[in-house]
Design a binder for this molecule. Sequence first.
Ligand SMILES: *[C@@H]1O[C@H](CO)[C@@H](O)[C@H](O)[C@H]1NC(C)=O
Ligand SMILES: *[C@@H]1O[C@H](CO)[C@@H](O)[C@H](O)[C@H]1NC(C)=O
Ligand SMILES: *[C@@H]1O[C@H](CO)[C@@H](O)[C@H](O)[C@H]1NC(C)=O
Ligand SMILES: *[C@@H]1O[C@H](CO)[C@@H](O)[C@H](O)[C@H]1NC(C)=O
Length: 526
Amino acid sequence: MGSLYTVVLILTLPYLIPASLSNDSNNMACQLDISHFEGVTVPGDVSIGFLYPLHLTGENLDVTFTERPTKISCTAFYFHSFWSFQATMFAIEEINDDPNILPNVSLGLQAYDTCNMLHLNVKATLQILTGLNMAIPGYRCLLDSPLSAILGPSLSTQSMTIAHILGLNRLPQISWWSTSPLLSNRKRFPSFFRTVPSDRFQSSGIAQMVKYFGWSWIGLVASDNDYGQQGIQLIGQEIVKAGACVEFSETILMSKPDRNAPHIVNVIKRSTAKAVVLFCSDVDMALVLDEWLIQNISKKILIASESWSTVNLLFFEKYSEILIGTIGLALTSGILPNFEEYLNKITPSMSVSQQWVKLLWENAFKCTFSSTLNSTTTLKTPEKECTGTEKLSNVHNVYNTDTLISSYNVYIAVRALAKALDDLGKCSSGDISAPSFVCAKGWNFKPWQLLYFLKKVRIRRSNGREFYFDENGDPPAAYDIVNWQLNLKGGIRQAKVGSYDTTAPSGEFFTINKSAIMWSIKDYQV
Ligand SMILES: *[C@@H]1O[C@H](CO)[C@@H](O)[C@H](O)[C@H]1NC(C)=O
Ligand SMILES: *[C@@H]1O[C@H](CO)[C@@H](O)[C@H](O)[C@H]1NC(C)=O
Ligand SMILES: *[C@@H]1O[C@H](CO)[C@@H](O)[C@H](O)[C@H]1NC(C)=O
Ligand SMILES: *[C@@H]1O[C@H](CO)[C@@H](O)[C@H](O)[C@H]1NC(C)=O
């Protein structure tokens, strides 16, 4: 594969080379204002780009125009994301160690924490395309490490922006997070794939459930973003198709301090609908549940969308009286043998992604590393110094069902990509037959050549069912049906009571074990 990680500068085109890269800055026609945005790089023969929100928000400081904009400070460390990153590293190491897939080729990674901000996602994408920690639009500077695909980002709206950029060159993008139905549009997003099903399937799954339980009047509540509004619109249509009626449809207004909660809860209170669909995220619905506790509402059955059906229960304990009996769809997970051992081996002395592991440590153990005392922004008041020998396995609830789902979905994304690369390699060596124009010389492939193989990829999930992308880049839709039940200690637990799986043999798409369900409404039987 030649020498790895050599930075190859395209010196034949001096006009376009940024001044800082050139020895002779006199003949510069243009200059790039390079501000630093650092990620984590793992060298490899073929590279994978990775965008994810290790922090949930970044602070957009006021721009004064009198000084260079300062570095964005990111807050709200998101544990959930950290495990997705580790699952990616786990998958890459597993593939690199496995002689049966991509023999003699190592996968590498170029990853960025984009703090859930669109402009950081765009910037990181351009840097990944260039291959360096700087963005030179249209140029690939790491010729010895071709870019295979970009995994991420998280929010559907941001995935769309990135998909527009990557679609120009047909560079594959695989999301393990974005569920908006709009992303299934192949004309707009020709190289977008995902390992989570589109909400279109979720809506018909929920409608099936409504039909199954014979509820004739349904209330709908959704947040005022794409996720909520598109979801609720599809559910409304599907519910009507299934023969039931929508009694009300209310919106959680994120821009209002009270989120419109008093009005929404009042509507629910006056309604006769026995079941209410809540199509929003856990964060969006907190104020609605607070208001619910204040107003005296007779029991309702809540139907959960996938974004809150398996969330961390600690946060929800105070609402347990409302939430017991909730039934909802959850993304299915799978088994990742050896992943937990892999996680338990993580320490801050690891050389790869050390800065992120240290952030995890500081947030999990509420301590500070002396080396970061000066620059850390995540902790306002450092409680104690981290030793680095703390045990991750002792941290309660750091790793739960919800994190396992996204870990599995990103793992599948890396696996599918590796299989496509493997097929591409076999095509060049003549081991499999494919149209000659999609076969590359060695690893000097074009994005659309890899795209051909990704579209055809088939791998097996841990439950034995096949995983593939349909003509729109969507995976087969599979959900668990979960029910929130009282556990023996008086807390809540999320129990699997059935599944909605379009890859199941026909007639078994929708299976539910009625006797396993615990309802909140006493004497409520189906
Ligand atoms: C991998 O490399 C080894 C040693 O260089 C060689 O013997 C083997 O044929 C290579 N395998 C493939 C599939 O290229
Ligand atoms: C709450 O509602 C129930 C039945 O709807 C009623 O019996 C009870 O008195 C109400 N409690 C309050 C405090 O209004
Ligand atoms: C922390 O800040 C102090 C004073 O500004 C400086 O002397 C020291 O070198 C810094 N330490 C690190 C690890 O950056
Ligand atoms: C259905 O649930 C009941 C109660 O949890 C359990 O005893 C039974 O084995 C389940 N049936 C199937 C087919 O899983």
